[in-house]
Design a protein around this ligand. Structure first.
Ligand SMILES: [Zn+2]
Length: 412
């Protein structure tokens, strides 16, 4: 009896055998393989005294009733990208299942404890991530766009989710699931190289980055590649190239995890015999602090203006998409720090670059925290994704300690 972290490692391996192939995990949401994974999870938990329910957004809830209605939630997602890794999302669920088992065996807990398997975190099939958690969190506002989405085979999103009894018009009714939620805890693989570079198994996540996505359009003059002297060119690509390098300095000077990426530059006319007339450059900037994120964008715009002048070209920009940073709960961050220190000796605090279901729950006002466990080589969304078994076991132990602290805190 008691917590058995090694069981979680065995279960993730079992799930891999059941729902993966030579190319990796194939648990894409709203597919048969995903349904098989979820059915397997239900069987895994079948011997525990849980209430089982699928909500209006397709999220699966396993509830262990406590003495109080107030609830501590443990979350993750069984879905994966195609050819995905064996741990992303399902480690969270399976670790939470083990913690739930341990709590159930200890008797009725002072507060209710719930495991949620979020529907379609990855958005791999229709390009819309965080489906179930954004419905439950209440931020889903793009039903009209969702209605028009189709997958590669032309199947519409409404038809695909209908097969799972999910109706877009009712998805937001899942919001009632967060009634009484007093804490949300999620363990996840880091999916980046930071913890490995520090030689630490575990870290506490402070929140998820705010993101600013812009398109910079540089305009010069198309001119013959043979007849136009170098000093008489108005080369749009030169501006984009200078900015692509300058964003490294912007990120470095901003610090605290700041990242800037020039993900694409599309050139016109785009032929080898012409100076570039227009260059459309995509810029993605991320930071945990809203003010510093805004300053990073302002700095990129200021530098772009200067480069345009130097190159005698024009530049304009537009915002494509943005999201505010989402900060996790300070009390839970402290508990997570303690839990990690207890099981691993040293803790570390870090921001999350990727968005997670936890961000949607935090946005909805539920105190939230995440634990990251080291990813080998920082790889994820590939079959090469991996974490040492001993680190997986530590992560389960840390989630268990964190859950105990959160329950005690909520119980008051
Ligand atoms: Zn994930």
């Amino acid at each position: 009896m008691g917590l058995k972290p090694s069981r979680v490692v065995a279960h993730t391996g079992e799930l891999r055998a059941l729902t993966g192939d030579d190319d990796g995990a194939q648990r894409v949401a709203w597919t048969e393989t995903w349904a098989r994974a979820r059915g397997w999870l239900a069987e895994l938990l079948a011997d525990l005294p849980l209430e089982v329910e699928r909500d209006q957004a397709g999220n699966d809830w396993y509830t262990l009733r406590g003495e109080s209605e107030r609830a501590v939630l443990l979350g993750g997602h069984m879905d994966s990208v195609p050819n995905g890794g064996w741990l992303d999302g399902c480690l969270n669920v399976l670790a939470a299942a083990e913690v739930l088992r341990r709590i159930a065996e200890d008797g009725t807990p002072p507060v209710t404890v719930r495991l949620v398997d979020w529907a379609d975190e990855e958005g791999a099939r229709f390009g819309r991530s965080l489906f179930g958690s954004s419905a439950a969190g209440g931020s889903m506002a793009d039903q009209d766009e969702l209605r028009r989405l189709t997958d590669r085979d032309g199947v519409s999103l409404p038809d695909a989710i209908d097969a799972f009894d999910v109706d877009l018009d009712r998805a937001l009714d899942a919001r009632s699931q967060l009634d009484g939620a007093a804490a949300y805890l999620e363990l996840h693989i880091e999916q980046g190289p930071v913890l490995e570079s520090l030689d630490l198994p575990l870290g506490v996540v402070l929140g998820t980055f705010g993101v600013e996505r812009s398109r910079f359009t540089w305009t010069g003059q198309a001119a013959h590649a043979g007849s136009t002297p170098m000093d008489q060119r108005r080369d749009a690509l030169a501006g984009a190239a200078k900015l692509a390098l300058a964003i490294r300095d912007i990120a470095r000077e901003t610090g605290d995890g700041a990242v800037c990426t020039s993900g694409n530059v599309t050139c016109r006319p785009g032929i080898v015999t012409s100076v570039v007339e227009t260059a459309e450059q995509l810029l993605d900037q991320r930071h945990l602090d809203a003010g510093r994120l805004a300053a990073m964008l302002g700095r990129a715009q200021e530098l772009a203006r200067g480069f345009a002048k130097e190159e005698r070209i024009e530049v304009e920009w537009e915002r494509l998409w943005s999201i505010e940073p989402i900060l996790f709960d300070e009390t839970l961050i402290d508990f997570a720090d303690e839990a990690i220190t207890e099981v691993a000796g040293t803790s570390h605090r870090l921001p999350s670059g990727p968005l997670h279901d936890a961000a949607e729950v935090a946005r909805a006002g539920v105190p939230t925290v995440m634990l990251f466990v080291q990813s080998l080589r920082g790889l994820s969304h590939t079959k090469l994704e991996d974490t040492k078994p001993e680190h997986l076991e530590l992560s389960v132990a840390a989630l268990d300690r964190l859950t105990t602290k959160a329950i005690a805190n909520v119980a008051g």
